[in-house]
Design a protein around this ligand. Structure first.
Ligand SMILES: [Mg+2]
Ligand SMILES: [Zn+2]
Length: 174
């Protein structure tokens, strides 16, 4: 049976966005994220992280630094009893024109195929326009986490959320 997934941006969605993060000590969950994801896991949601990490392709951070940050991220979620089924990290610079960098839906479609996920009942959550475009072009419902740094045309996402409590409510899981 195909499962419903929550496709998740990482930086600015689950953890604070530290730019081209290289220091695992700076990884910090956003308020309510761990608790909300635990609640959603109990309700049967599968979590897939889809993250652009072009700092690697741009030569700003090393693959090892990216891995250290990602491992810390997974460890913080594990402290809340939350497991990410899979993470798809695009390491390419924009000019490489890969098919995995958001807003391309490449990673999302691959994840759905590899993990037996039903895109039509799945959602994409993110803080930037690229997240919303990725989810929409794949056929997901979309939630934009409102923020002033990365404004999005309000007509673009299906829903907007102020925080993780809002996300739970929109998913019908509050
Ligand atoms: Mg983000
Ligand atoms: Zn890529």
């Amino acid at each position: 049976m195909l499962r419903r997934a929550l496709f998740l941006d990482r930086d600015g969605t689950i953890i604070h966005d530290r730019g081209y993060a290289r220091d695992p000590e700076t990884v910090e969950l956003l308020p309510g994220a761990g608790t909300a994801l635990r609640h959603l896991a109990d309700a049967g949601w599968t979590f897939i992280v889809i993250s652009n990490q072009s700092g690697v392709g741009r030569g700003i951070i090393t693959p090892e630094e990216m891995d250290a940050v990602q491992n810390r991220f997974l460890a913080l979620l594990a402290e809340h009893g939350v497991e990410i089924a899979a993470s798809y990290l695009c390491v390419h610079a924009p000019e490489e024109a890969c098919d995995c960098r958001k807003p391309s839906p490449g990673c999302l479609l691959r994840a759905a195929d590899e993990h037996g996920l039903d895109i039509g009942v799945s959602w994409m959550v993110g803080d930037r326009e690229g997240d919303i475009l990725c989810g929409k072009s794949a056929g997901c419902s979309t939630i934009w986490i409102c923020n002033d740094e990365h404004p999005v045309d309000p007509a673009l996402p299906d829903h907007s959320a102020a925080d993780w409590n809002d996300i739970l409510r929109l998913l019908g899981e509050s």
